[in-house]
Design a protein around this ligand. Structure first.
Ligand SMILES: [Zn+2]
Length: 280
């Protein structure tokens, strides 16, 4: 009997049907369609007359805070990547998140409150602020909206100070990013001066100071930007439909006046026939 059992066991083993424990797991059959690959973003047109293809969303995180009520945080891969890297860097250095307002709509185009922000290359960032008192000198404040600072760096209600050290750290991070070049940072002239004075006082690298001096600008004919930074990056290198500068509307076409047929009376009296008819 034992011999027969041994024979049957050996036969089953050789046939490969000894049990489920030794069988290969069934191959995973992927019945669904493969997820679409992420397509790179593209900035199209100008910041004030453009659109955004395959925009990337900037999400709130421990290092990125979104201003309450703002929902337009779409930008090119380059802009969103820049903000995420700078935010992570500042979080490590200063233990404070950056506060973000508007970027662009998901597909770009015109949005309320802005002339630009149409092609995924613009972002608004709130200034870092701190209490205007010796006790809260290093405590960052989380603003619920943009705060206007006067030329001395004091908020209009006198409770807050423009946090020059942290704001300079943000500018420094933006301008020294290894992958993306910033074209412009709009800020009012007095606050720009505070930043550059601080940079010289702490002996920041000369090339960063001169880059900042060329990049920080108070824009003409629009808000002086005394309550937030407006960042604009250069056209991403692969975006062939991206245009540098701003779109200027074509000059208004002069109405073509039909040539007046001069009648004998007009020749005589200096009136065109139409006028004569009206006058009658
Ligand atoms: Zn802006």
């Amino acid at each position: 009997m034992r011999v027969i059992r041994w024979f049957l066991c050996t036969l089953l083993t050789l046939c490969g049907v000894t049990g489920v424990a030794h069988a290969d797991p069934p191959a995973r059959v992927h019945r669904g369609r493969n997820p679409a690959p992420v397509r790179p973003s593209a900035s199209v047109g100008w910041p004030n007359n453009g659109s955004l293809d395959n925009g990337r969303h900037l999400a709130a995180s421990t290092s990125v805070r979104i201003l309450p009520g703002r929902v337009l945080q779409w930008g090119t891969d380059e802009l969103v990547g820049l903000l995420e890297r700078c935010a992570a860097r500042l979080k490590r250095q200063l233990q404070a998140p950056i506060t973000v307002g508007d970027l662009s709509a998901r597909v770009g185009g015109r949005i309320a409150r802005h002339r630009s922000h149409q092609s995924g290359r613009d972002a608004d960032l709130a200034f870092f602020a701190r209490p205007d008192s010796p006790r809260g000198a290093w405590r960052p404040v989380a603003p619920t909206d943009y705060v206007v600072f006067d030329r001395t760096g004091r908020s209009l209600d006198g409770t807050l100070r423009f946090d020059t050290a942290r704001n300079w750290a943000l500018v420094h991070a933006l301008l020294t990013d290894p992958r993306v070049r910033v074209e412009r940072i709009f800020i009012s002239s007095p606050l720009r001066s505070l930043l550059l004075q601080h940079a010289r006082a702490i002996h920041a690298p000369g090339r960063v100071i001169s880059l900042a001096a060329n990049t920080l600008v108070q824009p003409a004919r629009v808000s002086p930007h005394d309550n937030h930074f407006h960042i604009r990056i250069v056209c991403p290198s692969g975006d062939r439909r991206c245009h540098t500068g701003v779109w200027l509307p074509p000059p208004p076409r002069r109405r073509r006046v039909a040539p007046v047929r001069r009648s004998r009376a007009a020749t005589t009296h200096g009136y065109a026939p139409r006028h004569r008819a009206t006058d009658r």
